[in-house]
Every structure is written in structure tokens, then in C-alpha cells.
Design a protein around this ligand. Structure first.
Ligand SMILES: [Zn+2]
Ligand SMILES: [Zn+2]
Length: 328
């Protein structure tokens, strides 16, 4: 038996109600049905039938191909309607109404393009903007803080995709910065949310840098094996671009600043941000800075109950020292 259908809006509760128009979308109660109708469902109810309803049976390869293309086009136009509806609500100062529409766009976009596609970035940014705007309008503690945390999650998803896409367009990157800026500008109970965003951002950079460093090591090793006596400057193909390095440095410095002023002190997370910064300096061949920041991370990591990060940071310091002795 198939799993019991869940409510279209909250995705949490069982859904005994069914939309009489499409007979495909289900809700837990009338209020969720109404909220979804106002935000997006009234615009896409009729569009859903050919996309989610039973698909025709094709008899020839040509028909099948045509049917597939048609389905794709229908899904794309559904995404476009959902996205422009959500954007319209945000522009007209109704962020709360924008959220179900934007979530609908997100759902179809991940189906069509995949969950790591840059097509999702503008949608995550819109969701973050809607959640932040909702916080500003109803910015009392509690619900508002929850919305800001949600906004922080959407922003880090957007950033994650951008980080995973080396040839990501400058336009999309600046869209991301605008999103992060809007978020920082939100007034009210910001410290906590900023703190969470800082942690998300620093853990993304940390993981991403660790894998870059790993690749860097592999390339160095391959080169050493190929020509052990070569004195040439090594050229690392996938070395971080200068722009990305600068962005990482800026982000991590901001994270460290938030951590300094933050409400809580977790040396483990500060050590992680310092470790990430040291890796950026190392990959950018700024060895003196890498050593300085790396030592700070190492000293902090020594105080932690878990020693696994100590080893990784120690390894980085060895690499830095080896390079330093090589160059002087
Ligand atoms: Zn519901
Ligand atoms: Zn419907």
C-alpha cells in the first residue's frame, strides 16, 4: 500500500481533504487548503492535472519522446508560474503568502533539474527573503526567530549550491550576496539567527576547503611522482580562483567576528572557522598568515574534548611548515 498522503502545505499531517478542482492535491484541514489556494494553488490547479495525473500510454518511440518533452515544458511553465507568483507577493509586501508558492517552485525545480542545480538558487533566495520579510513584519520573539533560522537555512542551501558550482555566473553570485545582505539587515532578534548563519557558512566552507586541500595534495603528489627532480613552479589546475579565495576570507572573517560577539562561546566552532581560514591562506600560498591562523586553530582545538580536529589541523600545519622551509 502507498504511504498515506500528506498535506500539501505543511507536509506534516495526514490529509483527508482533496482539492475538488484537480483532485490531486490534499490538505489536512480547510485553513491549510485556503492558505495554499490564495498563495498558489488557484494559479496552478488546472496545470497540475497533466503533470501529476495519470500519463498517457505511448505506442511509438516518437510519441514517447514527444510526450516526455511536453511534460518537461509543462513542468517548466508550472515552475515559472509558481516563481513569478511568489516574487509578486514579496514585491507587494506579503511575504507570508509568497512561501507556499516558492516552495511549490522549489519542489518542481528539484524534480526537473536536480537538487544541486543552480536553478534552485534564486528560489532559495526568494524563500529566504520571504522568511526574513515575514520576520520583520511580525518581528516579535518566538515565531520571528524561527522564521529567521529558516531563512538562514535557505541561504546556506543557496550558498552550498554556488560553492559546488565552480563556473557559477557572477550574476548568481551577486544575487547570493544580496540575499545575505538583506538577511543581515533584518532588524530585531538578529544575533541568534546571524550566529546560526555564521555556523552554517563556516561549516560549508570548512568542508569544501578540506576537499579542495585533498585534491590539491593529490595533484602535488601526482606531479612529484611524474618528475621527482623537476624544479618547476607547480601549476595546480583546480586551484581556487582568487575571487573565491577573497570571498571565503571575507566570509570567514565575518563569521569569526560574529563568533567573538556572539551570545555563546563554542571553541569547537571557532576552531573550525580558523581552520578553514588557514586552509584558504595555504591554498592561496600566503604561508605566513596560514601559519599564524593555523596555530590559533590548533591551540583552540587542544582544549576540546574530541581530538579529531586536532589531527587534521596538525596535518595542515605540517604542510605549511614544509612549504615554508622549502621556500626560505
Ligand atoms: Zn496541513
Ligand atoms: Zn487543485
Amino acid at each position: 500500500m502507498a504511504a498515506a498522503p500528506r498535506c500539501e502545505l505543511c507536509r506534516a499531517r495526514a490529509a483527508p481533504l482533496r482539492c475538488p478542482g484537480c483532485r490531486l492535491t490534499r490538505y489536512c484541514d480547510v485553513s491549510h487548503q485556503r492558505t495554499d489556494w490564495i498563495s498558489i494553488h488557484s494559479h496552478i490547479c488546472h496545470l497540475l492535472i497533466p503533470v501529476l495525473g495519470p500519463q498517457p500510454c505511448f505506442h511509438s518511440e516518437k510519441d514517447r519522446k514527444h510526450g516526455k518533452e511536453q511534460l518537461l515544458r509543462r513542468q517548466e511553465s508550472l515552475i515559472a508560474v509558481a516563481l513569478s507568483t511568489a516574487q509578486g507577493f514579496v514585491w507587494s509586501g506579503q511575504p507570508l503568502e509568497a512561501i507556499p508558492a516558492a516552495l511549490q517552485a522549489l519542489r518542481f525545480s528539484s524534480r526537473v533539474f536536480g537538487s544541486g542545480s543552480t536553478q534552485l538558487v534564486p528560489i532559495y533566495l526568494l524563500l529566504a527573503e520571504a522568511s526574513t520579510g515575514e520576520h520583520c513584519q511580525h518581528g516579535n520573539a518566538g515565531k520571528g526567530a524561527g522564521r529567521l533560522r529558516q531563512a538562514a537555512k535557505y541561504l546556506s542551501q543557496a550558498q552550498w549550491i554556488v560553492l559546488q558550482t565552480p563556473d557559477c555566473s557572477a550574476a548568481l553570485q551577486s544575487k547570493l550576496h544580496r540575499g545575505l545582505g538583506l538577511f543581515s539587515a533584518a532588524e530585531g532578534n538578529l544575533d541568534q539567527a546571524l550566529y546560526h548563519l555564521a555556523n552554517d557558512v563556516s561549516s560549508l566552507w570548512h568542508d569544501w576547503l578540506l576537499s579542495s586541500l585533498h585534491r590539491h595534495q593529490q595533484v602535488l603528489q601526482a606531479q612529484a611522482e611524474a618528475s621527482p627532480f623537476s624544479e618547476e613552479e607547480e601549476v595546480i589546475e583546480d586551484r581556487m580562483t582568487e575571487g573565491r579565495r577573497e570571498e571565503g576570507t571575507r566570509m570567514l572573517r565575518a563569521v569569526l567576528k560574529v563568533r567573538e560577539q556572539g551570545p555563546l562561546q563554542h571553541p569547537g566552532e571557532t576552531a573550525r572557522a580558523l581552520h578553514a581560514l588557514a586552509m584558504i591562506h595555504y591554498l592561496g600560498l600566503d604561508l605566513a598568515k596560514a601559519q599564524e591562523v593555523g596555530m590559533k586553530a590548533f591551540d583552540l582545538a587542544k582544549q576540546l574534548p574530541q581530538q579529531d580536529s586536532l589531527e587534521t589541523i596538525g596535518h595542515l600545519l605540517e604542510l605549511i611548515n614544509a612549504q615554508l622551509s622549502h621556500t626560505t
